[in-house]
Design a protein around this ligand. Structure first.
Ligand code: FSO
Ligand code: SF4
Length: 543
């Protein structure tokens, strides 16, 4: 195996024996093969000029499946490989002609006879990331592929709510094929990186529309972080449709519902606040699940990443939905309309003890674009009067490494006339610090999940307009972003596409950036990585 798609990759170069995330080499190789097959499916779509909804849905689901901490199940991935091959062959049988599909490349032509063939192919070098010899071309191809994985995940959530955008699907297929096209130069691929950013913006905007039109605009909310004395179900991940169905089905059952990790922002939506048995948030970021799932006592629903390979002590309490996969864990059944039946989880919860108290208090959040723009006058006044000197976007991910303590220290060291804008699970490094407020505006404004970074971009664009500025970079906003997995790559590309410069990205720069590609990002966009807290406060805030 060779995988370097996330921030925690071994030695910041690549996982080669087993993933730091717990992904075994057979799963890593099968995921590479799934991507290889996807590229072949996209190739046949491009060549025949044909596609359909089933193919589009399959492609985004498969991309999502290969994101860090989503799916660890080799059998599940083999099933998806076979499905991809079936869709490809179906398309060929209907539309392929000698002109359009005469000589197909291996990734669009290869056909296994049995599962052994699939496994042998997964272990072959040609499907590996390392099949591309030139390290700069490899770097750009992977940067695009990882951005597409993030877009695929966000698209899955939007589609679950009945929202779709054909142009995004078209782009995904075009870009997948481009990553196999040897005629494209590094410059061509660099242009495609930025185009990926454009479609990341479009997809996040679509998901924002899907979430807010379905569940209302997030609003300022005090989220309880304590517990009640009833049995509970913990729900994590990003899928709000699952959240809705779970809340509806647990109504009147005597079972409470709590969010974990990236599901915290569900507490901010008006449609979910009406449920009396929706208690609040339990615990922190994804990597804390090893102790917090244990302490929760009741069943846990994982709707997306980040799943950490579970301990035996609570393994039987985890239920999966969507793209999530782990051998031996239970899956929630879903009908053809996307409705899921949580009755088994509810019955399970009833037999469990109430959650163990981890902490008490509240988190304040709900500052997505609509809420912040409702406070725009107050915010603009605070900037004009000098009460707010600077905003710092600290969106992104949390992770397990010690180096991430930097973000807590950085938040603590920020001068009192600064405000943090956040989204994603990075917030857990400082959202419970009680950093106070500036004239009633909290010093940490949480917009929501990682995809709600879109909200932060909308807020920045609005402020640019209000202050009559030409360029988004003239705003008093600094960017100190933490990344972990490939959705953060999509968010980063989105910010670059929107013209944001001088982003500080940490705790390390991606291992998949070759020195030359990193240099392009440094020269063109001013990207850098973290230094010490003192130095970064100096260059980001005081300069
Ligand atoms: Fe994982 Fe975190 Fe939301 Fe990230 S929980 S790491 S970009 O914020 O994604 O899924
Ligand atoms: Fe390693 Fe990250 Fe890949 Fe897991 S996802 S194998 S930790 S690089």
């Amino acid at each position: 195996m060779f995988c370097y798609q996330c921030q925690e990759t071994a030695r910041n170069t690549g996982c080669t024996v087993i993933g730091v995330c717990g992904k075994k080499d057979n799963v890593a190789n099968l995921q590479d093969l799934l991507i290889y097959i996807l590229k072949g499916l996209a190739y046949v779509c491009e060549k025949t000029g044909k596609s359909n909804e089933e193919i589009d849905e399959f492609i985004v689901d498969a991309l999502f499946t290969t994101i860090t901490n989503v799916n660890f199940d080799d059998e599940d991935i083999i099933r998806k490989i076979k499905k991809g091959l079936e869709l490809r062959e179906e398309l060929k049988s209907k539309y392929a002609c000698s002109e359009c599909c005469g000589e197909l490349p291996d990734y669009a032509a290869w056909m296994p006879k049995n599962d052994e063939d699939i496994i042998a192919k997964a272990y072959s070098k040609e499907v590996s990331v390392q099949a591309t010899e030139n390290e700069d071309i490899r770097s750009l191809r992977e940067l695009i592929t990882y951005g597409l994985k993030g877009i695929g995940a966000y698209m899955c959530h939007a589609m679950a709510l009945g929202y779709n955008d054909e142009n995004v699907h078209k782009f995904i297929k075009k870009a997948l094929v481009a990553t196999k096209d040897d005629s494209l130069s590094a410059d061509d691929l660099t242009a495609l990186v930025l185009e990926t950013g454009k479609y990341a913006v479009d997809t996040m905007a679509l998901l924002d529309k899907a979430n807010t039109e379905t569940y209302g605009h997030p609003e300022i909310t005090e989220v309880d972080i304590g517990v009640r004395n009833n049995p509970g179900i913990l729900i994590s991940g990003h899928d709000l449709k699952d959240m809705e169905q779970l809340l509806e089905q647990t109504k009147g059952t005597g079972v409470d519902v709590y969010t974990h990790g990236e599901m915290l922002p569900a507490n901010y939506y008006p449609a979910f606040k009406k449920y009396e048995h929706f208690v609040g948030n339990y615990g922190g970021a994804w990597h804390a699940q090893l102790t917090e799932f244990e302490a929760f006592n009741g069943p846990i629903v994982m709707t997306t990443n980040c799943l950490v390979p579970p301990k035996d002590s609570y393994k039987d309490r985890i239920y999966m939905t969507g793209a999530v996969g782990f051998p031996g864990l239970k899956r929630i059944p879903e009908d053809e309309n996307g409705n899921k039946d949580f009755s088994e989880v509810i019955e399970h919860a009833k037999k469990c003890a109430p959650p163990k108290r981890l902490e008490t208090g509240k988190i304040v959040g709900g500052f997505a674009h609509n809420q912040v723009l409702a406070l725009a006058d107050k915010v603009v006044e605070a900037v004009k009067s000098g009460a707010i000197r600077k905003f710092v976007v600290m969106a992104g991910c949390d992770g397990r490494h010690n180096t991430r303590k930097y973000y807590t220290e950085f938040a603590k060291a920020l001068p009192k006339d600064t405000v943090i804008l956040t989204a994603g699970c990075a917030k857990y490094r400082y959202i419970k610090l009680n950093l106070g407020d500036i004239g009633g505006i909290p010093r940490v404004l949480d917009a929501g999940q990682c995809n709600d970074s879109y909200s932060l971009a909308v807020i920045a664009l609005k402020l640019k307009e209000v202050f009559g500025l030409e360029d988004i970079n003239e705003l008093p906003i600094a960017y100190n972003i933490a990344w972990y997995e490939q959705k953060a790559v999509a968010v980063l590309l989105a910010l670059l596409y929107l013209g944001v410069k001088d982003i500080v990205l940490g705790p390390t720069l991606p291992a998949f950036l070759s020195p030359n590609v990193a240099k392009v990002l440094v020269d063109k966009f001013g990207i850098s990585t973290i230094s010490t807290v003192e130095e970064d406060i100096e260059r980001l805030i005081n300069k």
